[in-house]
Structures are given as C-alpha cells and as structure tokens.
Design a protein around this ligand. Structure first.
Ligand SMILES: [Zn+2]
Length: 169
C-alpha cells in the first residue's frame, strides 16, 4: 500500500494544500485538533527527520511559514509546532493553532468540522502570501589579489618586529 503522505505529496491523493515548495508540502489536517491545524511533510519519503537534516531544515522553515499564515488569517492566541509519535511512517510536523476555547488542546480528540469549513480555512491560509527567504547559492568571491599581498606583507613586518624584539632582549 502506498504511503498516505507520499500520495498527498505527489497529488495522487487530493488534499487542501496551503503551501508548497521543492522540498515540502503543507496541508490542512482533515481531522484537526483545532481550527486550521496543518501538517508539514517532506516530499521525499523519510520516516524520521534525523535521516536528512537538509530536508528537516526545509520542513521546519515551512512550518514557520505556516505558523505566520495561521496567525495572520485565523488570529489564534498562539501556534504550537510539534513532532509527535505517529501511526504514519512518513516524517511530519504538526502545526496547531491554539484558541482560548481550545485550551487545553488534546491531541487524540479531533474537533468537529466539515468540508465547507475546511475549504474556507484553506482559502484563507492560501491567500496569505509568505515565501521562504531566497537562499544565496553563489560561492563567495575570492579576495582581490592586491589585498592578499598586503596581508602577506603585514605578516612579514610583524614577524621581523618580533625577531628584533628578541634580539634586543
Ligand atoms: Zn511517504
């Protein structure tokens, strides 16, 4: 049987995706523990984030974007971001909006919702446009030759100064 989160990532299973990039997908949980609860998954199938730190970083960054989207669109008191043991063997981050009436938030007790409400929340979250900062993939430019010569010359001067000092002493 295909992994359910891989199916969501490759879109063979329809979900309410609210953010997506080359490494990760964020979508609304259909059995949310609070209004607007989302899951962030890597596109690549890994069971645990420890297996790939680069993917872990990307997914955590996505979770922070989802947090900001939720704060802007749904205005909860706060947002919890959690890694919890799960039945699904595909690494995922849970992002829970927390509202006053939902404290304490109980992980094993889904709230009541319906397709229309989930569609509306997904639309709101998608409309908040937040992107990851562009990563600078260019190699740093080598120092100009002129500067390197100066550094070298200075080092020579320093050495001779130490030498002179010991000669006098
Ligand atoms: Zn998977």
């Amino acid at each position: 049987m295909e992994c359910i989160f891989c199916a969501i990532a490759n879109k063979s299973l329809v979900s309410r995706i609210i953010y997506e990039d080359a490494f990760s997908v964020a979508f609304l949980d259909i059995t949310p523990r609070s209004k607007g609860m989302c899951l962030v998954i890597p596109k690549k199938h890994i069971e645990d984030f420890n297996q790939d730190m680069e993917i872990a970083k990307e997914c955590f960054e996505t979770a922070l974007i989802v947090e900001q989207k939720i704060m802007k669109a749904l205005k909860p008191l706060t947002v919890f971001i959690a890694l919890l043991p799960s039945q699904v063997p595909h690494a995922h981050i849970r992002v829970y909006p927390v509202y006053e009436k939902e404290i304490p938030l109980i992980e094993n007790k889904p709230i009541q919702t319906n397709d229309a409400e989930l569609d509306e929340i997904a639309k709101k979250l998608k409309s908040v446009n937040i992107e990851k900062p562009k990563k600078n993939l260019e190699e740093p430019k080598p120092k100009e030759e002129k500067k390197e010569i100066i550094v070298e010359k200075k080092e020579k001067e320093d050495t001779s100064w130490i030498k002179r000092y010991f000669e006098v002493a």
